[in-house]
Design a protein around this ligand. Structure first.
Ligand SMILES: Nc1ncnc2c1ncn2[C@@H]1O[C@H](COP(=O)(O)OP(=O)(O)OP(=O)(O)O)[C@@H](O)[C@H]1O
Ligand SMILES: [Mg+2]
Length: 353
C-alpha cells in the first residue's frame, strides 16, 4: 500500500498477552462526575475495535486518555508494551489520533498542512515529501494538493484530517467519530479507506461512533458503552444473537392511529423488553416468550389501536443497544428516555469487564 520509506516498523509491539491495547480498570472523574467507570478490555493487534454509545457515554474521554491527551483518575492502559501514564512519550510515537474536531489551517493548502504537522513529528524532509505525496494519492486528493483546505468540502477535509494522523505511520490509529457530519458518499469513502489501511498495513484501529452502520460494517468487535461503562463486548454477529435466540424477537408494528397510551400499554406487558418509536405510525418492539405476539396485539386493540402491519425483523445493533440499555443510541446518556421494562445484560466472562 505504501512504499518502503513509509512501511510500518516491523517490530512486534504487542503485550505479553498478544494484545496491542490492554486497558485495566480505567476511570475518569470530572469533579464528582464519573465519565469513565472502571473499564477493562483488550484490543488485539490488527483489529478494528469500536466503541459504540450515545452522546455523553464517555467514548471520547476513553480515546483521549488512551492517546495520552488526558490522564486517568484511576487505572491505566498498556499500548504496544508501553504504559500510557509512565511511558507517554513512547506511546505517542506509535499512535495517531483523529479527534472529533478537525485540526488544520484553512488558509494553508492540503500539502502545506501536512508538511507543517509532519515537521512537528520531526520526520526527515525527504521522507516527509514522499510520504505526503503517497498519502494524498491514497485518499485521491493529489490534484487538490495545492488548494487551500478552506475551499474543500467536509468529506475532503476529513480525508486530509485522517492522513494527517498517519504521517508518523502509527501502529495504532484512534479515530473519534470519523464519519460524523459527512454525506453518505464521503462516509463510504472514509470507511473504505479505514478498511484498506487496516487490511494492507495491519494498523490496529480503535474507533468511536454512535453510527450503527460504522460499527456494523467496520469493526471486528464492538464495545457498547453507556454511562461510562462497557455493557457488552463482542462481534456484531454475536451481539445480535443476544436478541435472536429462541426466546427473544424483534417485532415491527404499523399502527394507523398510534398514540402514547398505546405505547404505554405495550410497555406494560411483562414479555415486552423494550419499545422504540420509529416514526408517526411505526414501533419496534423487543419481546420474549411464546405469548408475546398475542399479548401485544391484545394490548393495541384494547386501546382501540388499528394495526396495519406486523412483521418479525432481523435484529440490528440498534435493537441490541435498546435491549441492553433500555434506550436508543440516538438518545444522549444524560437524557435517558424511560423505555419501561428491559432486561439487564450480563457481560460474558472474560470479555467486557
Ligand atoms: N473536560 C471535561 N470536564 C467536565 N466534564 C467533561 C469533560 N469532558 C467530558 N466531560 C463529560 O464526560 C461525559 C462523557 O463525555 P465524552 O465526550 O467522553 O462523551 P462521548 O461518548 O464522546 O459523547 P459524544 O457522542 O457526544 O461525542 C459527558 O457527560 C461530558 O459532559
Ligand atoms: Mg465524543
Amino acid at each position: 500500500m505504501l512504499s518502503d520509506s513509509t512501511t510500518l516498523v516491523s517490530s512486534d509491539y504487542t503485550t505479553e498477552s498478544g494484545s496491542m491495547i490492554k486497558v485495566e480498570n480505567l476511570t475518569k472523574k470530572f469533579g464528582d462526575f464519573v465519565a469513565v467507570d472502571d473499564i477493562s478490555f483488550d484490543v488485539r493487534k490488527g483489529e478494528i475495535f469500536g466503541l459504540l454509545g450515545p452522546n455523553g457515554a464517555g467514548k471520547s474521554t476513553i480515546l483521549r486518555i488512551l492517546s495520552t491527551l488526558s490522564s486517568p483518575t484511576k487505572g491505566t492502559a498498556i499500548i504496544g508494551g508501553h504504559d500510557i501514564v509512565k511511558n507517554d512519550t513512547e506511546v505517542r510515537k506509535m499512535i495517531g489520533i483523529v479527534s472529533e474536531k478537525m485540526i488544520m489551517y484553512n488558509r494553508l493548502t492540503a500539502k502545506e498542512n501536512l508538511w507543517f504537522f509532519g515537521c512537528l513529528f520531526g520526520i526527515p524532509k525527504d521522507v516527509l515529501t514522499k510520504r505526503i505525496d503517497e498519502l494524498l494519492e491514497l485518499v485521491q486528493l493529489t490534484k487538490w494538493k495545492d488548494a487551500q483546505v478552506g475551499t474543500f468540502s467536509t468529506g475532503m477535509r476529513q480525508r486530509v484530517n485522517v492522513i494527517r494522523a498517519l504521517l508518523n505511520m502509527p501502529q495504532v490509529l484512534f479515530l473519534d467519530e470519523p464519519t460524523l457530519g459527512l454525506d453518505p458518499q464521503s462516509s463510504v469513502e472514509i470507511r473504505e479507506f479505514i478498511k484498506k489501511l487496516n487490511k494492507e498495513n495491519g494498523t490496529t484501529i480503535m474507533i468511536t461512533t454512535h453510527m450503527m452502520v460504522d460499527a456494523d460494517l467496520l469493526c471486528d468487535r464492538i464495545a457498547i458503552v453507556d454511562h461510562g461503562k462497557i455493557v457488552a463486548l463482542d462481534t456484531s454477529k454475536n451481539l445480535k444473537k443476544l436478541i435472536s435466540g429462541a426466546d427473544t424477537t424483534v417485532l415491527k408494528l404499523e399502527i394507523a392511529n398510534l398514540v402514547p397510551k398505546i405505547i404505554d400499554s405495550i410497555r406494560a406487558i411483562e414479555c415486552v423488553d423494550a419499545v422504540s418509536q420509529e416514526d408517526d405510525t411505526h414501533l419496534r418492539i423487543i419481546v420474549h416468550g411464546d405469548e408475546a405476539f398475542d399479548n401485544v396485539v391484545d394490548a393495541v386493540r384494547a386501546e382501540d389501536g388499528k394495526i396495519n402491519a406486523m412483521e418479525n425483523l432481523q435484529p440490528t445493533l440498534e435493537d441490541v443497544f435498546l435491549h441492553i440499555t433500555g434506550h436508543q443510541v440516538r438518545d444522549s446518556a444524560d437524557q435517558k428516555i424511560p423505555m419501561g421494562r428491559h432486561r439487564r445484560f450480563e457481560a460474558p466472562q472474560g470479555r467486557a469487564r
